[in-house]
Ligand binder design. Structure first.
Ligand SMILES: Cc1cc2nc3c(=O)[nH]c(=O)nc-3n(C[C@H](O)[C@H](O)[C@H](O)COP(=O)(O)OP(=O)(O)OC[C@H]3O[C@@H](n4cnc5c(N)ncnc54)[C@H](O)[C@@H]3O)c2cc1C
Length: 419
């Protein structure tokens, strides 16, 4: 158990005897909540992170099935760079190429870090490994208390001057000048703050598993677009690959060769390996071994506001997108970095760091970028999901055109790298 609640470290101004007072309380210790905590490590803020679940154990023998492609912007942040000093960084795969192609045509595009004059395009890392690397930084910080596993019984949102009150199942109460919702898609903080959230279902599932293949992954992220959506092979540190395959909830009779997520799940291992190798046009040869398969519903959604006085939403609590470009966690890490920069600067300048006025800067800097990415992902999904012959021609021509126009190609890759 990682219960650090018994080791108070921060210099806390108790609001009353029974309430532990913090400058910032982060609800949710996923990748994004822990990224914010890392950003605030060693700062003047007293911080608590409240997480409901213990971290998923890291298996010594095999990589976990939930992995993320972390982009160069995220990796360039000092907070993540410190996390990467961990021995666990050996379990990350720095990838230097990305190859994208259209299954229904001849369009393709390749990105190479050498061509861009950089050492890599990013890192593929298991989510629980990344969380552990971030958590180790958090646990070393004198100004942060990590409270886990802790169930929250109530959250009373109050504005900056009054401080919000978070009551834990133990009866303990925490007060927060800034309450941060990093509690994912079904954010309770967002709900309690009464912030509207639009959510749309793609009527798709992401089928996730790990495979070994007869050909090397060559430290390349492979992504094939098919009518149902993309199939990605992400390279892992041990030579295996992580698969994310977007599949429709129901079979579309109009789409040749398409089948639903449930049908793919129902295949026995040998039939699934064959289907996967065929779908990827044997780019990595035969599929040799296969882990257990899991499905994740694919949705996109956005909170109408990211902030209120004394409150901010970050990561999936504020926005979630289709995983086709592997950007969800990256956007959340960028939210955390921006919010931290803004409140640290405001506090240093002696301004009201948790006021609506200060937090509005965070919303201005992040909301437009996140909406743009959400719209791009939906546009991509629709472009590649269209069976119309003319759309298919345009799509293929477009991919190859971008591949042959260096300036445009680098603009696309710079957006994906977050630089
Ligand atoms: C199949 C798939 C593949 C993906 N691949 C990529 C990729 O390659 N790259 C990428 O950047 N993104 C990827 N994403 C998106 C990425 O996984 C998410 O955007 C990211 O994990 C969101 O992180 P988060 O910390 O905001 O939310 P979450 O991961 O949902 O974390 C929220 C945390 O809050 C905790 N919590 C919730 N409620 C409470 C409560 N009341 N009290 C205490 N704790 C609470 C939860 O236990 C959890 O730990 C992918 C998504 C999917 C579905």
């Amino acid at each position: 158990m990682t219960d650090a609640s018994s080791q108070p470290k921060a210099a806390q101004d108790a609001v009353s005897d029974s309430v532990r007072g913090y400058d910032v309380v982060i609800v949710g210790g996923g990748i994004v909540g822990l990224s914010l905590a890392c950003e605030l490590a060693g700062s003047e803020f007293s911080v608590a992170v409240v997480e409901r679940n213990e971290l998923k154990a890291i298996s010594e023998n095999q990589p976990d099935v939930r992995v993320s492609a972390i982009n160069r912007f995220a990796l360039s942040r000092p907070a993540l760079a410190e996390a990467w000093q961990s021995e666990l960084a050996q379990r990350t795969c720095m990838y230097d190429r990305m190859f994208v192609w259209d299954l229904t045509g001849a369009g393709q595009i390749a990105f190479d870090s050498a061509e861009l004059g950089i050492s890599n395009l990013g890192a593929i890392v298991e989510n629980n490994v990344l969380q552990k690397m971030l958590l180790d930084v958090v646990l070393k910080a004198d100004n942060i208390n990590y409270l886990c596993p802790q169930e929250i019984t109530s959250i009373e949102y109050r504005s900056t001057a009054e401080h919000s009150i978070i009551t834990l199942a133990t009866g303990e109460k925490l007060s927060a000048e800034l309450l941060v919702g990093a509690d994912g898609l079904r954010s309770r903080v967002r709900e309690i703050a009464d912030i509207p959230h639009s959510r749309k279902d793609y009527k798709q599932q992401g089928l996730v598993c790990n495979v070994t293949t007869s050909e090397s992954h060559q430290n390349t992220a492979w992504q094939c677009f098919m009518p149902s959506g993309p199939l990605a092979f992400l390279p892992l540190y041990d030579g295996s690959s992580s698969i994310v395959w977007s599949l429709d909830d129901v079979t579309d009779a109009a789409t040749e060769g398409a089948s639903s997520a449930a049908e793919k799940m129902a295949l026995d291992d040998e039939a699934f390996k064959q289907a996967l190798a065929e779908a990827s046009e044997f780019k990595l040869g035969e599929i040799l071994t296969l882990s257990q398969r899991y499905l994740f519903p694919l949705t996109h959604g956005h909170a109408s506001d990211y902030i209120k006085p004394g409150l901010a939403l970050i990561g999936d609590a504020a926005h979630n997108i289709h995983p086709l470009a592997g950007q969800g966690a990256n956007l959340g890490i960028a939210d955390a970095a921006t919010l931290a920069d803004i409140i640290i600067a405001a506090k240093k300048a002696g301004r009201q760091w948790s006021s609506q006025h200060t937090l509005a800067k965070y919303q201005r800097q992040r909301k437009g970028a996140n909406q743009l990415m959400e719209a791009s992902m939906t546009g991509f999904k629709e472009l590649f999901g269209n069976n119309n012959a003319m759309v298919s021609e345009i799509r293929n021509a477009g991919l190859s055109l971008v591949d042959n126009l260096p300036a445009l190609k680098y603009r696309v890759i710079r957006q994906a790298l977050g630089v």
